[in-house]
Design a protein around this ligand. Structure first.
Ligand code: ZN
Length: 512
């Protein structure tokens, strides 16, 4: 009986913490989508104040005694917890303890200092990127790196300081195993890029030209919304807006906010940003309502989150089958540009492989090399092996060595991503993990559902979504990423399924 009462009190307090976090997420969303520029300084304070309150509640001794007491009490395994399921209670407490143990190690002053520094540096980054003004951003970044190094030291870590930050996004992952995985992947990809480059040079054509040119933004938005609804995204439980850097946010499965950005001169930019964020959004909408406001109402990890976006963006959206279904509508919406387009020409246009400067515009083959570069640099920054002042030169040298390109401006180089400006160190590797998890999930889904392409070509992705809902979305945070991967695919995470996918698809497209 005591356990029951304590568990009920625990759920109430945990919900309050998550509700405040949801309010903070809305302030952040609003800042990116709607906030007038003169409101920025005050908004930085609002976000810092709220982050401080959340941290205080998390660290409150009463909450700590409850969490620690329940975690050590035992007996919770047989207790009907969140969603009325035995075992869920013990997992909810374990995950809450994990969050709390991390939070209490970070001094309150550091939490509020970081929140305000992030808000200001995000603004500085936007201005610096627009004007290609690295020196204006560099001091903000140096301050953030110093603060994140203090955070890593406070949290504690085995191995490198980087692990303390990585753990927030990919619980349990370690850079010492992740970095070799990424470099092993790069070793398999580099020869494929070279072979494709030669094939492209021989062919001498430009399939992407089909989707460059004048594409009315209102019609692009219409197309994006139709594709999103076709995927199964529920617009009564979500929104699609525009922001400089597409992202997914919201407060729970009933309010999932996606953003995208449209390029009036290239149909691919907005369409694939929308499908990508739509994949994230389907995951968020698929988390069981009874988990909302509890420690289980979350993703397994950001790598698993990214697996959902990449699966929809690349394995569905960039497939030939996708265009079998959507070509007639694209022709209708853009008759001047696409009046004579076919599924085949569109499929080729959205799968151009070409080493590029900008990560978010990179094709599936070269994409993970951009991540390997970022991991290498941020790992060295956190270890104190390099200084922020060295970043532009190191970035350019590294890109030249891997992709044979040197950015003419920092805007197309070290200033291109928002992550570091937000203090998100340890986040980038989750993108490659997402690609790897997605490929492994795709093979498992195909084994269960049969011919996925035949379904996609009919515009019927319902069975695929149902499969993902049952295996991934409905689990919330019940399983770690590792455990989820083993349970759903029967194997540990490996690079082979992704490499098989790339070789199969691009081998056929380019005849290599
Ligand atoms: Zn994503």
């Amino acid at each position: 009986v005591i356990v029951n009462t304590d568990y009920a009190r625990f759920l109430l307090l945990a919900r309050e913490i998550r509700d405040l976090g949801a309010a903070g997420a809305l302030l952040a969303w609003d800042q990116e989508v709607l906030l007038p520029p003169k409101g920025l300084a005050a908004r930085a304070r609002h976000r810092a104040a709220l982050a401080g309150v959340v941290h205080e509640k998390m660290c409150a001794p009463g909450y700590g005694e409850l969490v620690d007491g329940l975690a050590s009490a035992g007996g919770l395994d047989n207790h009907a917890g969140v969603g009325g399921q035995a075992g869920h209670a013990a997992t909810a407490v374990r995950e809450a303890k994990r969050d709390r143990d991390r939070a209490v190690k970070i001094p309150h002053a550091l939490v509020t200092e970081l929140a305000e520094a992030v808000s200001l540096s995000q603004q500085a980054w936007q201005a610096a990127r627009a004007r290609d003004d690295w020196p204006a951003f560099a001091p903000h970044l140096a301050r953030l790196v110093a603060l994140k190094r203090r955070e890593a030291a406070a949290v504690g870590h085995e191995g490198e300081p980087y692990n303390a930050l990585l753990d927030e996004f990919e619980p349990g992952a370690r850079v010492e195993t992740l970095a070799p995985l990424l470099s092993g992947l790069a070793a398999e990809i580099v020869p494929l890029i070279a072979a494709i480059g030669e094939a492209r040079a021989r062919a001498g054509d430009d399939p992407g030209a089909l989707l460059r040119g004048d594409f009315d933004v209102v019609r692009q938005e219409q197309f994006s919304r139709e594709v999103l609804v076709g995927m199964g995204f529920d617009l009564a439980a979500g929104r699609l807006d525009v922001s400089a850097h597409p992202f997914t946010s919201g407060t729970g499965p009933g309010d999932v906010r996606l953003t995208t950005r449209y390029d009036p001169c290239d149909l691919r930019v907005g369409l694939y940003a929308t499908i990508h964020e739509g994949g994230h959004g389907l995951y968020e909408q698929g988390i069981p309502a009874e988990f909302e406001g509890t420690p289980l109402g979350d993703c397994a990890s950001l790598g698993i989150h990214e697996s959902q976006s990449r699966l929809w963006e690349n394995f569905v959206g960039r497939s030939r089958a996708f265009w079998e279904h959507w070509t007639p509508r694209a022709r209708e919406l853009f008759p001047e540009r696409l009046g004579r387009a076919t599924p085949e020409t569109l499929h080729r246009a959205v799968n151009e492989v070409r080493p590029s400067l900008i990560r978010i515009e990179a094709d599936e083959v070269t994409y993970n090399l951009h991540i390997a570069l970022r991991l290498e640099l941020e790992r060295a920054l956190l270890a104190g092996e390099i200084e922020t002042a060295d970043l532009p030169a190191l970035w350019n040298a590294r890109l030249q060595a891997t992709l044979g390109l040197t950015p003419a401006t920092n805007r197309e180089g070290v200033l291109q991503d928002i992550h570091w400006a937000c203090g998100l160190f340890g986040y980038f590797p989750t993108y490659t993990l997402g690609n790897l998890y997605a490929a492994q999930l795709r093979e498992a889904a195909a084994a269960a559902l049969g011919d996925l392409d035949a379904l996609i070509a009919r515009g019927d992705t319902t069975p695929l979504l149902a499969w993902l809902r049952a295996r991934v979305h409905a689990r919330g945070r019940l399983l770690s990423a590792d455990a989820l991967c083993r349970e759903v695919t029967g194997r540990e995470l490996e690079t082979a399924p992704f490499v098989r996918y790339l070789q199969g698809k691009f081998g056929a497209l380019y005849g290599v």
